[in-house]
Design a protein around this ligand. Structure first.
Ligand SMILES: Nc1ncnc2c1ncn2[C@@H]1O[C@H](COP(=O)(O)OP(=O)(O)OP(=O)(O)O)[C@@H](O)[C@H]1O
Ligand SMILES: [Mg+2]
Length: 230
């Protein structure tokens, strides 16, 4: 297989995954979410009828179960919608990288209460969809890790472009950790930890560079460099 054939296959995999994700998100939104909305509205009707019921004993028995069911359906809807929000890809084809990154930072602030100090510098004119997707997903995971593991209320994010390369830097001054070695018998990144591995894999697929510096008590610093056009 030639190098260019290999690369174009990888590119296809990256964008097919995002397209499939969009489809899955829409399917869930248009299918089960709509049924749940309809069930909730029926339950609300039943609840009002029970409340107006002239036979209080029967209603008294049923009302708590109906209220509990409504509550569970509401919770399920809430969870599914947050999940869909996190996975719904932004319009990579049409939106510029800066807007995509700003949107993600705002969404993170909104959902977590953490402050994202974002600096967006000069950008190359053309950034391909593959590069936008990679940067978006890497930043999403880095922010999510800073939220889940760092124990901080602020994260610094910088994005800038130079000489048709794009840099992304994510820093937190949280608790940090000892990154496992990448290779050999001491490579202890657990199978279920797919975040860091996924970031590295995305960058490698695009022929970029990924650096992670972290030590206990010294925060976590991620630096990514990828070509703007791949
Ligand atoms: N910003 C951070 N601050 C402190 N520890 C971190 C940070 N980022 C990663 N870690 C540590 O590295 C581990 C591996 O991170 P990774 O993202 O691969 O997996 P995860 O977040 O635990 O799970 P997931 O697969 O859902 O991402 C984390 O469990 C955590 O211990
Ligand atoms: Mg993670």
């Amino acid at each position: 297989m030639s190098v260019s054939h290999f690369m174009s296959n990888n590119h296809r995999i990256l964008s097919v995954t995002e397209e499939e994700l969009s489809r899955i998100v829409l399917d869930i939104h248009d299918g089960p979410v709509q049924y749940l909305f309809a069930s909730l509205s029926l339950l609300t009707q039943i609840q009002s009828q029970l409340e107006a019921c002239e036979e209080p004993t029967a209603a008294d028995e049923l009302l708590p179960a109906v209220k509990k069911t409504s509550h569970m359906v509401e919770e399920a809807l809430h969870e599914i919608r947050s999940f869909l929000g996190a996975f719904r890809p932004p319009e990579f084809h049409t939106r510029p990288l800066a807007a995509i990154i700003e949107g993600l930072a705002l969404q993170h602030e909104d959902w977590t209460g953490q402050v994202v100090n974002l600096e967006v510098g000069d950008m190359p004119e053309d950034v391909t969809t593959h590069s936008k997707i990679a940067l978006y997903r890497i930043l999403q995971e880095a922010l999510s890790n800073a939220y889940r593991h760092a124990g901080v209320d602020q994260i610094d994010v910088k994005v800038w472009g130079r000489d048709s390369m794009i840099w992304l830097q994510v820093d937190d001054d949280g608790q940090g950790f000892t990154p496992p070695p990448l290779h050999g018998p001491q490579a202890t990144e657990r199978e279920e930890h797919i975040g860091l591995r996924g970031m590295r894999d995305r960058v490698n697929l695009l022929g970029g560079r990924f650096h992670l510096y972290s030590r206990p008590g010294k925060g976590t610093h991620i630096m990514v460099k990828i070509p703007a056009q791949v």
